[in-house]
Design a binder for this molecule. Sequence first.
Ligand SMILES: [Zn+2]
Length: 201
Amino acid sequence: MRFQGLIPALRIFALPLRSHSARALQRPPLPIPSATVLKAGPTIPFLGALFGSSAKTESQPNNMSYPDQRSDDAWQAVLSPEQFKILRQKGTERPFTGEYDAHYPSQGVYNCAGCDAPLYKATHKFKSGCGWPAYFDSIPGAVTRHTDRSFGMERTEIVCSNCGGHLGHVFKGEGYPTPTDERHCVNSVSLRFKEDEGQGN
Ligand SMILES: [Zn+2]
């Protein structure tokens, strides 16, 4: 008697393939297993999303390799605290305060304040009125672009191609009367002007 009662129950739980029979299809779905699946299901993707987003934030700073691979300690030894904050930690100087904001020499080159690589020529500079030095172009290959998704917007960050130092952002299609219709919006702190164009490139 006891065994006859147990065997049908064992069939349902231990042999689920048998439940494809017409008899099993007539039964309503068992509430307990489906509720268990629903409860366990969302937990894993939720945790995954949390870990995923923090990992993304950490890997977003340039993971490219630049020729100049100095460590943060080495940069701190040669840069002022303000230069370190902007070049190495992607800071921004306050508008209309920078040394080169209203600086319009007829010739010369703006080098990277970190590694001294030539970045912009004086002839690339134009008056944008935006509060930061603005260039419509750079010395070829001197500046590298990255997508920057900080602060809830998507912008194009520009960095020195030699050391990865943060320069600012580039904006396109603003309608400035320049040959490229691009504006490299650069922190003065990231630059060092050299009157002598020197060895070219
Ligand atoms: Zn540099």
